[in-house]
Design a binder for this molecule. Structure first.
Ligand SMILES: C[S@@+](CC[C@H](N)C(=O)[O-])C[C@H]1O[C@@H](n2cnc3c(N)ncnc32)[C@H](O)[C@@H]1O
Ligand code: SF4
Length: 451
C-alpha cells in the first residue's frame, strides 16, 4: 500500500503541527512585545532596503463556513469606508516614524475580501499607501480577489493602480462541496472574472484551491482541476483544509461526518499534485505549483524561494510591514501583530497609539532555527554548510537535531555529510520534521493536522 503505512506509523495522521509560515509561530506571541517594539523597529529600518507592505481588509459580504481567515461580515459599505479612514491614520503614524527615503518593493492586499472596496475606495487606499511608501524601481502589487465580489470597474481600478498579480479564491467547483462549505461560486462567474482580469492586462494569475473539504472525492477534485487548468493559471495554491472550529466558530456549520478520512484526504492531495505536475506546473514546497518561468519557479531554481505569512514567495525583502486589524509585521529581529479584533485596532489608532498588541523578539538562536525551518519547508533539504555561510559556527549546533530527524523519520529523511534530505514520498511529513527544530511549542495550543 504505497508508503502510506509507513507514513501512518510515523504519526502523519495523528500529528498536529504548525504550518510554519513564521518561526516562532503566532501562537507564542506575547503582549510584552507590542507597540513600543513596533515603533522602535520601524524607526530603525534601513531606508536603502525596500520593504514589503501587507494591508488587511477584514470584511466580506458572505461568510463561507470553511474559512479560517480573520474577517467579519458586512452588508453595507459604512464600516468599510470608515476602516479605510483608520488605515489612512495608521499610514500617517508610519509616515511620522519611518526613515526618510524608504521604498516599497511589494504590496499585497489580503483579507477578508479586498474587492469589497468600490473603485473610489480602491483609489483612495492606493494613493494613501503610495504617499507613505513610494514604489521601488522593481515593484509588484497583488490582491486577493473573490470572483463573486468583483466587477470590471473594480478590476480596472486595481489595474490603474498597478495590479500585477491577481489571486482568486476558488476552493472547489463541485456544487455539493460548495453547498457543504457555505460558498456558492459558479464556473461561469469565475471564468468571467478571469477574462476581465486578462482583458485589463493583469498578466499573472494565482488560484486558491482546498483539499479535504466535505464530500470531496477524487472525481470531484479532478473535475475542479480540469476547470482550473482552462484558466492557465501561473500559480496554484492547494491548501489542506484546516478544520479548527475551536478557533473559527463558523466552521461548526460544517458537517464533520462528510469530511474525507485520513486516507481519502491523503489521496486527494497526492492526486491533485500529480495532476498539476502532469499539466506542466512545477511543485513548489508543500502546497504550491507554478508555471515554469513564473517567478516562484525561478526562485526555487535559484535558491531564493522564501516562506512568509502568505505561503511561498519570491519576495526577498527583509521586512514586511503589516497594516490593518490582525496583520503581522516581520522585522529583522522579530514579529508584531496588530490588535486582532477590528474594534480594538480602531481604538488604538484613534488614540494615536501604535496598534501592535503582541509579538516576539527573536534571539540569534531563533533566527538560525527560523532559517533552517524555512529551508526545509522550501527545498526539503537542510544543509549545515549553507546555514554556516549565513550564521557562522553556531549553525553546527543544529547537528544533533538533524541526526534526530534522520533517526526518527527514516527512511523518508536521510542525513549525509551535514545535509538532511526529505525523500519525495516523505514530503507530507515536512511540517512534522521541521517541528523537531521548534523550541517554542506552546502549551494548550491546538494546531491543525499535519497531513
Ligand atoms: C483570505 S482568503 C481570501 C479569499 C477571498 N476572500 C475569496 O473568498 O475568494 C484566502 C484563502 O485562504 C484559504 N483558506 C481559508 N480558510 C481555510 C481553511 N480553513 N483551510 C485551508 N485554507 C483556507 C482559501 O483557499 C482562501 O482562498
Ligand atoms: S473565503 Fe473569502 S469570502 Fe469566504 S469568508 Fe473567507 S475571506 Fe470571506
Amino acid at each position: 500500500m504505497e508508503h502510506i503505512d509507513t507514513l501512518k506509523a510515523l504519526g502523519l495522521f495523528d500529528a498536529r503541527v504548525p504550518r510554519y509560515t513564521s518561526y516562532p509561530t503566532a501562537a507564542v506571541f506575547s503582549p510584552a512585545t507590542n507597540g513600543a517594539f513596533q515603533k522602535a523597529a520601524l524607526e530603525s529600518l534601513d531606508p536603502t532596503d525596500p520593504v514589503s507592505v501587507y494591508i488587511h481588509i477584514p470584511f466580506c459580504e458572505r461568510l463561507c463556513w470553511f474559512c479560517a481567515c480573520h474577517t467579519q461580515g458586512t452588508q453595507t459599505l459604512g464600516p468599510v469606508e470608515s476602516y479605510i479612514g483608520t488605515l489612512e491614520a495608521e499610514l500617517d503614524l508610519l509616515r511620522r516614524t519611518l526613515p526618510e527615503g524608504l521604498r516599497m518593493g511589494r504590496l499585497h492586499w489580503g483579507g477578508g475580501t479586498p474587492t469589497i472596496l468600490p473603485p473610489p475606495l480602491i483609489h483612495r487606499l492606493a494613493k494613501a499607501i503610495r504617499s507613505v511608501f513610494p514604489p521601488a524601481a522593481e515593484f509588484e502589487f497583488s490582491v486577493e480577489i473573490d470572483p463573486t465580489m468583483v466587477d470590471r470597474a473594480k478590476i480596472d481600478a486595481l489595474a490603474d493602480e498597478g495590479l500585477s498579480r491577481a489571486s482568486i479564491g476558488i476552493q472547489d467547483f463541485d456544487p455539493k462541496v460548495q453547498q457543504a462549505i457555505g460558498r456558492l461560486q459558479s464556473f461561469e462567474v469565475t471564468r468571467a472574472c478571469v477574462d476581465d482580469l486578462r482583458d485589463a492586462g493583469i498578466t499573472s494569475l494565482n488560484t486558491d484551491l482546498v483539499y479535504g473539504l466535505p464530500h470531496q472525492s477524487l472525481a470531484r477534485i479532478e473535475d475542479t482541476i480540469d476547470k482550473v487548468l482552462t484558466f492557465a493559471p501561473d500559480r496554484v495554491a492547494l491548501f489542506g483544509y484546516a478544520h479548527v472550529p475551536w478557533v473559527s466558530k463558523r466552521q461548526k456549520l460544517i458537517d464533520e461526518d462528510a469530511l474525507p478520512d485520513d486516507l481519502a484526504r491523503y489521496r486527494l492531495a497526492t492526486r491533485a499534485a500529480e495532476r498539476f505536475v502532469d499539466a506542466g506546473l512545477t511543485a513548489i514546497g508543500i502546497d504550491h505549483f507554478a508555471r515554469p518561468g513564473d517567478d516562484l519557479a525561478l526562485a526555487l531554481d535559484a535558491g531564493r524561494l522564501r516562506r512568509n505569512f502568505q505561503g511561498y514567495t519570491a519576495d526577498t525583502c527583509q521586512t514586511l510591514i503589516g497594516l490593518g486589524a490582525s496583520s503581522i509585521s516581520r522585522f529583522p529581529d522579530g514579529y508584531v501583530q496588530n490588535a486582532p479584533a477590528t474594534a480594538a485596532y480602531i481604538q488604538r489608532i484613534e488614540a494615536g497609539e501604535f496598534p501592535g498588541a503582541r509579538g516576539y523578539h527573536m534571539t540569534a538562536e531563533d533566527q538560525l532555527r527560523a532559517r533552517a525551518i524555512e529551508r526545509l519547508m522550501c527545498t526539503f533539504t537542510l544543509d549545515l554548510d549553507d546555514l554556516g555561510a549565513e550564521f557562522g559556527p553556531p549553525a553546527q549546533s543544529l547537528a544533533p537535531a538533524l541526526a534526530a530527524m534522520a533517526a526518527r523519520f527514516a527512511p523518508f529523511a536521510s542525513l549525509e555529510g551535514g545535509r538532511l534530505r526529505i525523500a519525495p514520498e516523505g514530503r507530507p511529513l515536512t511540517r512534522m520534521i521541521a517541528s523537531v527544530l521548534d523550541q517554542h511549542v506552546p502549551e494548550g495550543v491546538r494546531y491543525s493536522r499535519a497531513s
